[in-house]
Design a protein around this ligand. Structure first.
Ligand SMILES: [Zn+2]
Length: 314
């Protein structure tokens, strides 16, 4: 039996938030002009650091100074299915909620497409969206800014974490952060996706609080003093932007990394062996190649992405 990662914080009891503008979605209007900012947790049911933060914001009774504030627990059914003996299973029920956004005009046949159709009008209403995720393996936090300049610019205004990843999304299906106006370069609407670190690390909650505080202040819906002073952490001296060029997927689930790599580790030389997939070497295609979210040595399903490769933007 493989060893499971430790769970370092208590999971919030979310059933008290069931009743809202829609189940597990809460909308607060200031009555004053301003943008609509949405913070979403549990897009993946076992990525709990974001749920801790949204639970805390609801518990504090945070209200917008201007504009509108929306909080959502997206894949709540997956979260409620959590079993500590099989903690990775509760990522989803039937399918990945975050790959359904290109086909929500079709009849909903899964838990996730039904839920996404409920969440959709709130996402469409949001001018700014922060989607709180975490990672399967221990890793350095990163912001997924999507493919557009406006996403990178927004991540720079947020100011943390260090790594901003510019990526084209998933071939397997459209993500919420790329949906509708968020994916339109001409629209001022903007969305970010934070990967806070490993799902159940206490440090991931610290990152989720920091980024959420920065996001809500940046949108202007709240003032900096509206949240506990210790949520916002010191800013990194400089952020860096990594442009994803390749996603390496394992063909049959038989991938072995050459060693343990750090998140966003930079590999100096082209041709460096990163690991073997079915015995075939996987190598870096260029010098100064950044390894985005490299997975550690663990059993994998066929087709799973084991690492993304990227270039540091000038
Ligand atoms: Zn996720």
């Amino acid at each position: 039996m493989s060893e499971l990662p430790p769970i370092e914080f208590a999971f919030p009891e979310l059933r008290r938030w069931a009743k809202g503008a829609a189940p597990y979605i809460h909308v607060f209007e200031s009555g004053k002009p301003g943008p609509t900012a949405m913070v979403a947790a549990l897009t993946h049911g076992n990525e709990v650091s974001g749920a801790v933060v949204v639970d805390a914001l609801l518990d504090k009774g945070l209200r917008p100074r201007r504009g509108t504030l929306i909080f959502s627990f997206n894949n709540i059914e997956a979260y409620l299915s959590f079993d500590p003996r099989t903690p990775f299973k509760s990522r989803m029920v039937d399918e990945d909620f975050n790959r359904t956004w290109g086909r929500l005009d079709q009849p909903a046949t899964t838990v996730e497409t039904r839920r996404a159709q409920v969440v959709k009008p709130f996402v469409e209403r949001a001018d700014f969206l922060l989607d709180l995720h975490s990672m399967h393996d221990d890793g350095v936090p990163l912001m997924l800014a999507g493919p557009l300049d406006k996403g990178v610019a927004f991540a720079r205004r947020i100011g943390a974490p260090i790594d901003i990843i510019r990526d084209a999304g998933h071939a397997a299906g459209l993500r919420m952060r790329d949906y509708g106006a968020f994916g339109d370069p001409k629209s001022p609407s903007n969305a970010l996706l934070i990967e806070t670190g490993q799902h159940w690390r206490a440090s991931s909650v610290v990152v989720a609080k920091d980024v959420t505080a920065r996001f809500l202040t940046e949108t202007g819906v709240i003032e900096p003093g509206d949240l506990p002073a210790d949520w916002k952490r010191p800013s990194p001296p400089q952020q860096r932007v990594v442009e994803v060029t390749h996603a390496i997927a394992t063909k049959r689930g038989n991938y072995t990394p050459a060693r343990q790599f750090e998140g966003q580790e930079v590999i100096a030389k082209a041709g460096t062996v990163l690991g073997h997939d079915d015995g075939e070497p996987v190598t870096t295609p260029y010098d100064n190649c950044v390894l985005v979210m490299p997975s550690s040595n663990r059993p994998l399903r066929p087709g799973v992405t084991v690492v993304r490769l990227g270039r540091l933007a000038a």
